[in-house]
Design a protein around this ligand. Sequence first.
Ligand code: HEC
Length: 91
Amino acid sequence: MSSNPALADKGKLLYENGAKERDVLACIVCHGHDGEGINTNPRLAGQNRDYIVSSILQFRSRLRENKIMQHVTQNLTNDEIAALVEYISTK
Ligand code: HEC
């Protein structure tokens, strides 16, 4: 359960659909329906919330190396990251 369901819903939309016009790929394709991870794409469900936030910020600022995630996060806004993390933390 989220303490901010409206924000979590916004995150769910982005998690499942991405934002094609800005080249944000849907997280669900690689991280799974419930964030369970698929093959070598890591599990997000149950991970520490602050760790998820800092990972996304580090990919976006290219401090953390990974071509795919750098690409996925490059056009994410801070508001979108907050929404995504709110949703992921319900998993
Ligand atoms: C095309 C596949 C793909 C898509 C789409 C994708 N990811 Fe990832 N993601 C990965 C891979 C691969 C890694 C592992 C990167 C590494 O080894 O550092 C990763 C890592 C992560 C991590 C760090 C996990 C950890 O344990 O360190 C987070 C958080 C994350 N992704 C969130 C997201 C979010 C949120 C979205 C959607 C906006 C998304 N990802 C979309 C493939 C993807």
